[in-house]
Design a protein around this ligand. Sequence first.
Ligand SMILES: NC(=O)c1ccc[n+]([C@@H]2O[C@H](COP(=O)([O-])OP(=O)(O)OC[C@H]3O[C@@H](n4cnc5c(N)ncnc54)[C@H](OP(=O)(O)O)[C@@H]3O)[C@@H](O)[C@H]2O)c1
Length: 281
Amino acid sequence: MAAQNSRACLVLSNGMKMPQIGFGTLMIKPHEAVAAVKAAIDAGYRHIDTAYVYDNEEQIGQAIKEVIAEGKVKREELFIVTKFDKNDRPLPTNEKGELRIDVDVDYVDTWKEMEKLVDEGLAKSIGVSNFNEKQIERVLQVAKHKPVNNQIEVNPYFTRQELVSFCQSNGIVVTSYSSLGAPGNMKTEEDPVLLSDPVVKAMGAKYNRSPAQILLRYPVSRGCAVIPKSLNPEHMKENMQIFDFELSTEDVKSLDDLNMNSSQLNRFWIIFKDHPHYPFV
Ligand SMILES: NC(=O)c1ccc[n+]([C@@H]2O[C@H](COP(=O)([O-])OP(=O)(O)OC[C@H]3O[C@@H](n4cnc5c(N)ncnc54)[C@H](OP(=O)(O)O)[C@@H]3O)[C@@H](O)[C@H]2O)c1
């Protein structure tokens, strides 16, 4: 594959182009979000990954409004992703204070409602997140507008080979989240740290790149988009510099071989394991 530039885009099945690198915004606090998103746009990000549940959409909207007013970017240059949540705020918790999902709407019915957003011009593209093969198949069976994207965790400790291949063979672009291993998210001292993995570090030395750049190039080499989150403007810039080098096929395989089939967010997702639509099975 030829080296790409930082404006590399993936073409979705509806013909829309999605920048292959986006800016993640999970756990960016509302008071940090305006500055973070403005810094990300200054650093060259044109794809911003958001969600209602991240509780910072209003501030992200403010940042976008400001950069457009400042003439730094046009709205049509930006690819904004959001994810809706069927819960109201505050999110419901169980007796132990853990989050729970107390709605049991069939996602196929939800999909049919989402298609109306496209028909009404309220969304340009619609996709899914954390869907497994069976769930995607059920949606594909009824879809008038096919899901263009599945946003899932993909990194060398959770490579998702079968799911990524399934999506790609069905024309569904995969976005990798937690590509850096989500350091700091619900980790214990015993958890392996992807950014410090010896194989990743050695590969960084070989390519004269940081471990973060190796980890971001890995899903990109597999045809996925990446959406690293950072509050550090130096990291934001570093994370954009992944389109001017390639990993060899052997090195992609070495990263594949680190697979533990284990989500970096296990401690979070596991609390939903009894839900009828739990997707990590
Ligand atoms: N759909 C879903 O269910 C779902 C789930 C999780 C995440 N997501 C999306 O995916 C995005 C990314 O995933 P994530 O936030 O879980 O984790 P991530 O991007 O793997 O990791 C973010 C962490 O990495 C650090 N980092 C960033 N660049 C770095 C660099 N160059 N060197 C060293 N450390 C660096 C950041 O710290 P600094 O701020 O110090 O740079 C931050 O703590 C989220 O923000 C969100 O938009 C979606």
